[in-house]
Design a protein. Structure first.
Length: 181
């Protein structure tokens, strides 16, 4: 198991929870992005497409089993959350070109809140900003959103909640929980 080590010698992992994107959806998103003819930014590899639920950041590697055990106790939605990514935006501060959802499904908000709550006893603090579901298309992006030949309208039916490790530009699934009952 590869892991980074802090200056103190403590191994850590850079973790986040996300909804994975199917291979079919990855291809469709990548093809749509090609039609944007981006002149700015670094395109995110299609293999890395996902919708982040909760970013944990650098976490002691020894905490991973406890994080997974906490999520095992989470009351998951009765049905897979459905999300429509239908708005192309530039997040200027983050320098990211993203597809956002104009409307966030209640089930998705409950899932994010539930994750935050089960992880609090482990010392994992939630971000102080409102949750905005999005899929990052490009990083280091500057300027206005490019013109699209067709409006974005990507329907995602989340089948799994996945804990990922970010390692050298790639995302590695560490654990997965089914959302489809």
């Amino acid at each position: 198991m590869i892991q980074d080590v802090r200056g103190t010698g403590t191994p850590f992992k850079r973790l986040f929870f996300a909804l994975p994107v199917s291979d079919t959806q990855r291809r469709a998103l990548a093809q749509w992005r090609r039609g944007l003819n981006l002149r700015s930014g670094k395109p995110v590899p299609a293999a890395n497409f996902h919708v982040t639920l909760l970013f944990l950041g650098d976490v002691d590697a020894a905490q991973v089993p406890a994080i997974c055990a906490a999520v095992d106790q989470l009351a998951l939605p009765a049905a897979a959350p459905r999300l429509i990514l239908d708005r192309l935006q530039v997040w200027q501060r983050a320098g990211a070109l993203v597809l956002e959802a104009q409307q966030t499904p209640t089930a998705l908000l409950h899932l994010v809140y539930g994750l935050q709550q089960v992880l609090l006893p482990l010392g994992v603090e939630a971000a102080s900003r409102d949750y905005r579901p999005h899929l990052t298309l490009a990083r280091d992006f500057r300027g206005q959103p490019p013109e699209a030949s067709s409006m974005p309208d990507f329907y995602l039916a989340a089948r799994h909640l996945t804990l990922y490790e970010s390692r050298k530009g790639a995302y590695w699934p560490l654990a997965q929980w089914s959302l489809a009952h």
